[in-house]
Design a protein. Structure first.
Length: 314
């Protein structure tokens, strides 16, 4: 099973689990900044009630979609909001999280409930896995004092064999899913209405979970579209000097094109990128986007890379 293979690999992966204050600026509504404050927030003492006032806001990085650029709406009543939940990618000898977009039509103000409902039920897809234990259900959800509290069913405590790295990655998937909303800084997890400290044997769940911006994959492809003669790519990245190396290979592994693009920010901050690769014959290609290696091959881990298949029509 894909989840277990990645989870078992996670046991041996060296993962820096220090959660830091978000460095990337995120668009938000209201007067408060959406960044996580370093102040410890005490977990709620009661079972949460339903969320009444959350509205969608851009997530810490663009939400993944293969068909359209994901830009969450701040006004669900005017248009269907694009929301995200986060899954886990195993790359460059560590585990990362990446956003997956979904259409929240009909969610109204209950957008946080919609996002976590999607997360808990999400299947593995496109090289990404969901490390939340199968059968976990959302019992209740509430927000107060910039803390989003999610009450999960007892299945959440069933160890999926994720290892230390996998457990931290699961925490980050939850934290980033909640922190996409402008009224949320951190996410407190309850199980059957009770605060918990230990779930899977490796990480502390007693305090609210802060989203670490460096837990998000260095390169996230949000759109990969094949058109006659070309491929268009859109996404976000946090790479050395904002550079993204790109290779296009055919189905036989032959190199068809080699180029690069740059994001709007890098070397510690996340920026957006859009690029087009032209002069391509009809066919299906593998497009690999790779972070540059400033160490010249001396680093212990290989540079982050992600490959997406794209078909160029006639």
């Amino acid at each position: 099973m894909a989840r277990r293979r990645v989870a078992e690999r996670g046991r041996g992966i060296r993962l820096v689990a220090v959660l830091v204050v978000a460095l990337a600026a995120v668009a938000c509504s209201g007067d408060e900044e959406p960044t996580v404050t370093p102040t410890t927030v005490e977990p709620p003492s009661t079972t949460p009630a339903a969320v009444e006032s959350l509205t969608a806001s851009p997530s810490p990085s663009p939400a993944v979609t293969s068909t359209a650029t994901a830009t969450p709406s701040a006004t669900p009543s005017d248009a269907a909001p694009q929301l995200s939940y986060f899954l886990v990618r195993d790359a460059s000898n560590r585990l990362w999280v990446e956003p997956i977009a979904f259409d929240a039509t009909g969610a109204g103000e209950a957008v946080a409930r919609a996002a976590f409902t999607e997360l808990l039920a999400a299947p593995d897809r496109d090289g990404l896995v969901n490390l939340i234990p199968d059968g976990t259900e959302l019992l209740d959800i509430a927000v107060a004092d910039r803390v989003l509290t999610v009450d999960l069913s007892a299945a959440m405590a069933e160890n999926p064999g994720a290892g230390a790295a996998g457990e931290v990655a699961a925490q980050q998937a939850i934290a980033h899913t909640g922190a996409q909303f402008p009224t949320v800084d951190v996410v407190q997890v309850l199980v059957e209405g009770e605060a918990v400290t230990d779930l899977w044997g490796h990480a502390d769940w007693s305090q609210p979970l802060e989203p670490d911006p460096f837990a998000v994959s260095p390169i996230v492809v949000t759109q990969a579209v094949g058109e006659p003669g070309q491929i268009s790519l859109t996404g976000s990245a946090n790479t050395f000097e904002a550079t993204i190396e790109i290779e296009v290979t055919d189905q036989g592994g032959g190199l068809v094109a080699e180029t690069f693009t740059t994001a709007t920010c890098g070397s510690g901050c996340r920026g957006d990128f859009t690029t087009t690769i032209t002069d391509l014959a009809p066919g299906t290609y593998d497009v690999t986007l790779r972070a540059p290696d400033p160490s010249g091959g001396e680093a212990p881990d290989p540079p982050f890379a992600v490959t997406v298949p794209v078909t160029v029509p006639s």
